[in-house]
Design a protein around this ligand. Structure first.
Ligand SMILES: [Zn+2]
Ligand SMILES: [Zn+2]
Ligand SMILES: [Zn+2]
Length: 325
């Protein structure tokens, strides 16, 4: 595949402190508009959702058939089962032989799939129109001893559960980097009620920098990510996603971002702290809030829900359009 970019956007060097590369708009995007969609480079269904969703396309239905060998993976039909086999084969036999002792973490499962995918992929994938997975930041220099230990445990688990099915695993240094890259750039796929369905990598989505007042949100359709405007975006403006749950006050958000993504957030929300009061009150249960504060909390929550609704509404419209043409 040639590198054709993503229409309406471009990769650029963001002027923000320590941000490095980012994504910016080259045309106007209205609220609710789809900025771009990105298929997963690779993904994995979480163990708890087995039997409820198809392992291959994440469709939720009662009418799934299970893998005849391991009896643990479920599929819509033979096509989904065949499509999933290159990845499922890494786990199918292993799950049978380990039985109850088969317990790699979701990150380990995802990394095993990335390694397999990299082996069979020679060209830029449709998930990497602007950013290659190989270009992911690893921030190895910023890892503390706790993170290093976790990283080593993941590598050990990968060897333990997957070395029989992946010949010549990369060396420890390459694996350390890969796990660190996935920890900083991986996504969790959620359904519409925001429950966890699985983990995935979406390189082009990972190109966007963070803001606590983002102008897009990411939703999922099956195993693909959809990036949709929640604020008006004008040509030349940077496109920001949020990496974290925004229902926390500034100090908590900054701590979380520093710990997981290694940067001090300097977004407008973090500098003005305009919504902190409402956010703090949500968490302070001992003193009942004043009616006026409740009003402001409700107002804030309504806005967040409204943003989601709007995005979902446009998603539904787009979905029906796609199906009637
Ligand atoms: Zn399916
Ligand atoms: Zn199986
Ligand atoms: Zn911020």
């Amino acid at each position: 595949m040639k590198n054709e970019g993503i229409e309406g956007t471009e990769r650029f060097l963001s002027p923000g402190r320590g941000r490095g590369r980012g994504l910016r708009a080259v045309r106007h995007f209205a609220v609710g508009e789809l900025v771009f969609a990105c298929p997963a480079y690779t993904y994995v269904l979480t163990v708890n959702e087995r039997g409820a969703h198809c392992e291959h396309c994440f469709t939720r239905t009662d009418d799934l058939s299970k893998c005849g060998k391991c009896k643990q993976a479920y599929y819509c039909n033979v096509d989904c089962q065949r499509g999933d086999w290159p990845m499922h084969k890494l786990e199918c036999v292993a799950m049978c032989s380990y039985g109850e002792n088969w317990c790699p973490s979701e990150t380990v499962r995802l990394v095993a799939r990335i390694i397999m995918k990299q082996r069979v992929t020679t060209e830029r994938t449709p998930s990497e129109r602007l950013l290659l997975l190989k270009e992911f930041e690893a921030h190895l220099d910023k890892m503390d001893s706790e993170k290093e230990e976790m990283n080593q445990a993941d590598i050990a688990a990968l060897h333990h559960f997957y070395s029989r099915h992946i010949s010549d695993l990369p060396d420890d240094q390459a694996l350390t980097e890969l796990f660190a890259q996935v920890n900083c750039n991986g996504f969790t796929i959620e359904d519409e009620e925001l429950s966890h369905l699985g983990s995935a990598v979406f390189p082009d989505v990972a190109l966007m920098n963070h803001s606590c007042s983002p102008n897009v949100i990411v939703t999922y359709k099956g195993t693909a990510a959809e990036v949709r405007a929640v604020q008006e975006i004008n040509p030349g403006e940077e496109i920001f996603n949020s990496y974290i749950d925004l229902l926390y006050p500034t100090e908590d958000r900054r701590e979380r971002l520093l710990d997981s993504y290694f940067f001090m957030c300097q977004c407008t929300e973090c500098t003005t702290k305009s919504k902190d009061k409402a956010k703090m009150e949500v968490r302070k249960l001992s003193s009942p809030p004043e009616p006026k504060e409740i009003q402001s909390m409700v107002h804030y929550a309504k806005n967040v829900i409204e943003e989601f609704r709007r995005a979902k509404h446009y998603k539904d419209i787009l979905f029906s359009l796609e199906h009637y043409h």
